[in-house]
Design a protein around this ligand. Sequence first.
Ligand code: CMX
Ligand code: CO
Length: 141
Amino acid sequence: MFLRIDHVGIACHDLEEKIAFYESTFGLTVVSREVNEEQGVREAMLHVADGDNGASYVQLLSPLHPDTPVGRFLARRGEGVHHIGYGVPDIAKAMAEIAGKGVRVLDERPRHGSMGASIAFLHPKDVGGVLTELVEAPKRS
Ligand code: CMX
Ligand code: CO
């Protein structure tokens, strides 16, 4: 079902400070910065590696407002790993298959994610405490 780990989402208070840390400590490069109002985040994707099934990234996230998923997470738990995003070939198919196994899919239909991807989230309570994201990357032209 999964092609790769697409990204690990990391919640932080100060996006620019964390970008500088990942660049200087690990030599990672920012490939995209976006504000996603629908998800309530300001975010940056840092490229980690390329594989046969696509690339993998670190996604640094800071909240646009306290009353957002990442804002509430920071208030309750502080900075750290927020979610894992798995690459899937067909997100609608993956959502239906996973929902059929009794896991709550939080999005009724795929939403807009980083770099033109289609994304959907699975409830962390149904995945052993891990907020899980499905990611269908845009088709390469
Ligand atoms: N990982 C694991 N558990 C989490 C969690 C996370 N990231 N976020 C919240 N929870 C847990 C809380 O600890 C809490 O558990 P308890 O009831 O045991 O205390 C429970 O979920 C409810 O917490 P809450 O404070 O009420 O959290 P929310 O109202 O934010 O609801 C969730 C949780 C998962 C439904 C919501 O965060 C959500 O819809 N997330 C998906 C969207 C998202 O996270 N977008 C940002 C990333 C965008 C991107 O990747 O592009
Ligand atoms: Co993500």
